[in-house]
Design a protein around this ligand. Structure first.
Ligand code: PSV
Ligand code: MN
Length: 406
C-alpha cells in the first residue's frame, strides 16, 4: 500500500518537474533542536502545573529528548537554559547527551527570574545589577565552551510598564554595552542569536521589541551576531515570512524559535494554529537557498531551527514529537514548490498563477513521501504511534510528581 501510494506521488511530482531524490535528501538533512524547558513542568502566570513523570534534572530532560530523536531522526540536539539546567560539571552532561546520540545545542542565559531583574537586567538603571547580568552572559559563554555549543541565544525580558519609568535611549546604550562585552568574549566559532519580542512581561516598551532593533544590534556588533525569529513574538498580523526573507537577504538570519500562537506568545504546538505560515516561512528559505549570492545560500545553510515551546496542558514528549513532525511536514510541502513556475508567473504579472504555484504545493498529502524517507532511515513510519505503543511514557511515571520546572 505504501509503495503504491509513493509510486503515485512520485509520478505526480515528476510531472510537475520536482526532483524527488533531491527533496528526500533535503528532508533527511533537516535538524530541529528541542528545548530542555519543553520537557519540564510549566504553566501560565496563573498556575504552574505539576505532572507525574516529568524529568527531575537536566540529565532526565536529555533522556526524554532522546526519545523524540530516536523516533523521528529529526532532533539531535537540545538547547539548555541557565540556571534551569545548571550542573556542577558540564562535561558530564555533555557525555550523557552524547551517550544518547544527542548534542547540547544553544545556551540560553536566563535574565528574567531573579528579584534583582524586576526593573531590568542589562538595562537596569542600577549599575551593579547591570554588572551582575553581564557577568551571567559571560558565564554562559564559558558554559558554551564546555558544552561545545556554537550558539548563544539571547532573550531579554527588559522593558518598562509606564512612560517615564526608564530612559529608553540610555537603556538602548546599556543593552549594546552588555552585548558588546559578551560578543568580545565569544570564540570565533560562536554565534550570538539575538531574540526580540514585542511585549511581555513589560507592557509599555521592551528594549528589543522587534526584528529591526535586534538587527541593528547585530549589525553594530559584528558578523557573529544574528537575529533569532521566535514565531510567537510578533504583533498580530505581522508578516513573519517577510521578516525572514529580509533577514536572509541581509545574511543575518540566525535561527528560529518555532511555536504556535493565536494571540501572543502562547507557546502552543508548532504548526497547530497556522500551518500555512510555517509553510510560507520555508518557502522564503527555499527561495533564498536558490539565490545566486553564495553568502545568502550560506546563511540558509546555517539557520538554527529550534523549537521554543513550554506547553502546559499536554503530555510533554508527545507534544514535542507533534511539533517536530509538524515542522517536517510543512518543510516537505514547501520542498514541492516549483520556484521556476512561481517566478515565471510573477514575472508575467500573473497574480493568480503565482499564488497558485505556491499554494498547490501546500495542498499535497506528503504522507507517502514521509513514509518513504522514514523507511529508508529505518525509522517507524508513524513516530507518534510508535511512542504511544512503547513503554517509555509509562516507565517515566516512576519519577513521580514534582519534577523540574521548565
Ligand atoms: C521568551 O518568551 C522566550 O521565547 C525566550 O526564548 C526564552 O528563552 C524562552 O521563551 C523560555 O522562557
Ligand atoms: Mn523564544
Amino acid at each position: 500500500m505504501t509503495d503504491r501510494a509513493y509510486a503515485l506521488f512520485e509520478e505526480q511530482q515528476q510531472a510537475r518537474g520536482i526532483n524527488l531524490e533531491d527533496v528526500k535528501s533535503k528532508l533527511k538533512a533537516l535538524k530541529i533542536e528541542t528545548p530542555s524547558w519543553g520537557y519540564g513542568d510549566s504553566g501560565t502566570r496563573f498556575k504552574n502545573f505539576q505532572k507525574v513523570g516529568v524529568p527531575r534534572n537536566p540529565f532526565e530532560k536529555f533522556d526524554d529528548a532522546a526519545q523524540v530523536h530516536k523516533l523521528t531522526g529529526l532532533a539531535p540536539s537540545v538547547a539548555i537554559h541557565i540556571p534551569w539546567d545548571k550542573v556542577d560539571d558540564y562535561s558530564k552532561l555533555r557525555s550523557h547527551a552524547e551517550s544518547l546520540g544527542l548534542k547540547i545545542g544553544a545556551v540560553n542565559p536566563n535574565l528574567f527570574q531573579e528579584d534583582d531583574y524586576m526593573l531590568g537586567s542589562v538595562t537596569n538603571a542600577d549599575s551593579a545589577i547591570r554588572r551582575k547580568a553581564t557577568n551571567h552572559l559571560l558565564e554562559c559563554v564559558d558554559i558554551a565552551k564546555e558544552t561545545g555549543s556554537r550558539d548563544l541565544s539571547l532573550w531579554f525580558a527588559d522593558g518598562t510598564n509606564y512612560p517615564g519609568q526608564g530612559d529608553i535611549r540610555k537603556r538602548k546604550g546599556w543593552m549594546f554595552e552588555a552585548l558588546a562585552e559578551m560578543y568580545g568574549a565569544m570564540t570565533p566559532e560562536m554565534r550570538m542569536l539575538i531574540e526580540y519580542k514585542c511585549f511581555e512581561p513589560a507592557f509599555y516598551h521592551t528594549d528589543l521589541a522587534d526584528w529591526g532593533m535586534a538587527y541593528n544590534m547585530a549589525l553594530k556588533l559584528g558578523p557573529q551576531a544574528e537575529v533569532l525569529v521566535d514565531t510567537g513574538h510578533h504583533l498580530p498580523g505581522a508578516n513573519i515570512e517577510h521578516i525572514v526573507a529580509y533577514l536572509l537577504d541581509e545574511k543575518r538570519l540566525g535561527g528560529f524559535h518555532f511555536n504556535s500562537r493565536k494571540y501572543a506568545d502562547d507557546d502552543l504546538i508548532v504548526g497547530s494554529v497556522n500551518p500555512y505560515e510555517l509553510f510560507l516561512i520555508f518557502y522564503q528559505i527555499l527561495n533564498a537557498a536558490g539565490d545566486e549570492d553564495a553568502a545568502i545560500r550560506g546563511n540558509v545553510e546555517n539557520i538554527a531551527y529550534m523549537i521554543d515551546q513550554s506547553h502546559n496542558i499536554e503530555q510533554k514528549i508527545p507534544a514535542m514529537l507533534r511539533s517536530v513532525l509538524n515542522v517536517q511536514t510543512n518543510f516537505a510541502k514547501a520542498l514541492l514548490i516549483n520556484h521556476e513556475e512561481v517566478a515565471v508567473a510573477a514575472n508575467n504579472n500573473d497574480v493568480l498563477g503565482a499564488e497558485d504555484a505556491v499554494r498547490k504545493a501546500f495542498e499535497f498529502d506528503v504522507t507517502p513521501l514521509l513514509h518513504a524517507i522514514r523507511e529508508e532511515q529505518g525509522l517507524p513510519l508513524d513516530p507518534m504511534k510508535a511512542y504511544l505503543a512503547s513503554s517509555y511514557g509509562k516507565d517515566i511515571l516512576a519519577r513521580g510528581k514534582g519534577g523540574a520546572s521548565w
